[in-house]
Design a protein around this ligand. Structure first.
Ligand SMILES: C[S@@+](CC[C@H](N)C(=O)[O-])C[C@H]1O[C@@H](n2cnc3c(N)ncnc32)[C@H](O)[C@@H]1O
Length: 244
């Protein structure tokens, strides 16, 4: 039985005890290093933390990865940043398509990064524990997939997202990614609660007509005033920075 299944069963049992919820959480953290790492992360106040949950999947966005590869084809060894790489699935999916690429995965979750390193011995891959890219680096493509969102927003769908994940924090995070992307480089953002078109840096980018048919457009959206925008969807995912 995996730790996760054992944990879920224990959770159910302990929660049945009056006042058992906090105890259940503490016990689960003791036996499950993933929950422990997530808890430690959410306790920290010194990080620019966006989506704290590290859920990810193998080859999660195949159409987008293929579209990116086409656009990077003229470069022999493109430099790619997977921001919020979690357990490294995105890095490995890109590696399969671009064997010579220099790919950097950045994440704030030490447990997830350890898993990523263990699964990827390629010397052209590197994994960095950080909440932002080193501003002196330059990349040909940057991906931030399922990062500028929050599980609590998904669950509660508040009218105002400021208390959980304010627009200004996301805009600052995207500005840090913009700073490390070369002129003419590619930025991929999806599974977000915010439209790239609303970001202050968007004026330097052109949205590609490319659309994913293997993923739905984003619908739980918030504007620069942090208010929920109902009845709209956003399907732009790939943006080209103006050449220098
Ligand atoms: C839902 S996972 C997305 C994983 C992968 N990009 C994907 O789409 O499958 C979100 C990840 O973003 C990471 N994250 C959140 N804020 C971050 C930050 N400021 N810097 C780096 N990683 C961050 C979390 O630790 C988590 O692993």
């Amino acid at each position: 039985m995996t730790r996760r299944i054992l944990g879920d069963r224990l959770d159910g049992l302990i929660r049945a005890i009056p006042g058992g919820s906090a105890l259940a959480q503490a016990v689960l953290r003791l036996i499950d290093p993933e929950r422990r790492a997530l808890h430690a992360l959410r306790e920290r106040r010194d990080l620019h933390l966006f989506q704290p949950f590290p859920e990810t999947f193998e080859d999660r966005y195949p159409e987008l990865f293929d579209a990116l590869v086409l656009r990077l084809a003229r470069l022999e060894a493109p430099r790619i940043l997977s921001f919020g790489c979690s357990r490294g699935m995105e890095v490995r999916a890109l590696r399969q398509r671009l064997p010579l690429a220099e790919i950097t995965g950045i994440d704030v979750n030490a447990w997830a990064l350890d898993r990523a390193r263990q699964a990827d011995p390629d010397p052209r891959s590197r994994y960095i524990l950080a909440d932002a890219p080193d501003p002196s680096e330059r990349y040909d493509a940057v991906l931030a997939m399922a990062v500028f969102r929050h599980g609590q927003i998904e669950l509660e769908r508040p009218e105002d997202c400021a208390a959980i994940l304010p627009f200004a924090d996301v805009a600052a995070g995207i500005a840090r990614l913009d700073a490390v992307l070369r002129p003419g480089g590619w930025l991929a953002i999806y599974n977000a609660h915010f439209r790239f078109a609303d970001m202050p840096v968007a004026g330097h980018y052109r949205a590609e007509p490319f659309r994913m048919t293997d993923h739905a457009p984003q619908t739980l959206l918030y504007g620069p005033d942090n208010r929920r925008i109902d009845g709209t969807e956003y399907d732009a995912v790939l943006f080209r920075k103006a050449p220098g």
